[in-house]
Design a binder for this molecule. Sequence first.
Ligand code: ATP
Length: 370
Amino acid sequence: MSVLALSELTLSHFRSHRAGRLVLDGRPVAIHGPNGAGKTNILEAVSLLSPGRGLRRAAAEEMARRPEALGWKIAATIRSLWQVHEVETWAEPGQSRQVRIDDKAASQAALGRIARVLWLVPAMDRLWLEGAEGRRRFLDRMVLSFEPGHAEAALAYEKAMRERNRLLKEEARDGAWYGALEGQMAEAGAAIIANRAAALARLAAAQEGAETAFPAATLTLSHPEGDLPESAGELTEAFAAGRRRDMAAGRTLVGPHRIDMGATYAAKGVAADQCSTGEQKALLISLILANARALAEDFGAPPILLLDEVAAHLDAGRRAALYDEICALGAQAFMTGTGAELFEALGDRAQAFEVHETGGNSEITEGRLA
Ligand SMILES: Nc1ncnc2c1ncn2[C@@H]1O[C@H](COP(=O)(O)OP(=O)(O)OP(=O)(O)O)[C@@H](O)[C@H]1O
C-alpha cells in the first residue's frame, strides 16, 4: 500500500452525493460511470483535502448539494508516511470552508503537510494555449507538493499585495505604509521565487534519464516586465521604484504573481503551445509523473493523483504505459472514465468503483476490473 493514501472517504451533501462512502486499500482507484454521474465530484472532494479551492476552484456554497443547500462535509482517513490522520473539511451555508485535523481546528495550509495532491482535469487540455494564470496555478500546485510552506508564503504575498493595490487605487501617498506592505511582499515573494526555482530544478532532475513513455518537458519561467529580481532586498527596491507606474495602472506590475511558465517538448525542441493536442496532454502527464517520482524519493511517498478523464486523448498503448507507471510508483491515483473498459489494462492492480445517478443522487458501488 502506498504510504500516502486515503483509506476512507465520505461525502455528505457534497454536490450530487447525499451520502457517499469509499473504503480504499491504497491501490489506484478507477471510477467509471455515465456522464453526469458524479465521478468528478469525488475527485473534487479529494482535492479539497489539500489547501485551496479544489480542482474546480468553486466557491464553498456552490458545492452544497442542491436543492437542500444545507452545507456540505468531506471526511477522510489519510495515511501519510507512518501516521494516520482524520481530516474533515466542511462549509456551513454562507460560511467559508473549515478544516479539522485529528479533532482540532486547523488551517487549510496545514492540510498541505498531510496530503500532497496533484491533479489533471480536462480544462487543463488548453493549459499551454490559454492565459498565464492557469499555468502559474499548475506550477504552484507542484511547488506546494514539494514545499508545503509555499501555501503560507503565497497567502502572505497575496494579502499584502491586495492591501498595496488598494492603496494604489486610492492614490494614497503614505510612503511608510507602502514600505511596510512592500517589505512583507518582498519577504514572501523571495520565498515564492526560491520555492519555484527549487521545484523546477527538482522536476528537471526527475525527468533526466527517467524510464517513461511520456516526453520530457523543459520548463522555463518568464516575467512580462523583464528579469524578476530574486532577493527580498531587490524586490523591495523594485516595488518602491515601481510605485508611480503601479499607481497609474492601479495594480502591482512587478512580482512573482506575474510569472509565466513555458514548456518545450525537449526531444523535438517544439514549444508546448505548438504541440498536438495529444502531445500537450502527454507533457502534462509527464510533469505529473516526474513530480510523483521526485516526491517518492524526497518525501518518501508519491502524491495522491487525481486524473479526471485521463484516458481521453491517450491511445491504448500510452494508456497502458500510464497505468504501469502509476502502479510502479505506488501512487494512489484516482482516475475517471465513462466506461470500465478504459481501465481494463489495470486488472486487479486497481480498485474499481461505478457511479450512477438516480433521482438526483449519486450512488457509488465497488466492482472489479479483471
Ligand atoms: N451543488 C450541487 N448539487 C447537486 N448536484 C450537483 C451540484 N453540483 C453539480 N451537481 C451535479 O453533479 C453532476 C456532475 O457531476 P460530475 O461532474 O462529477 O460528473 P461526471 O460523472 O464526472 O460526468 P462527466 O463524465 O460528464 O464528466 C451533474 O449532474 C450536476 O448537475
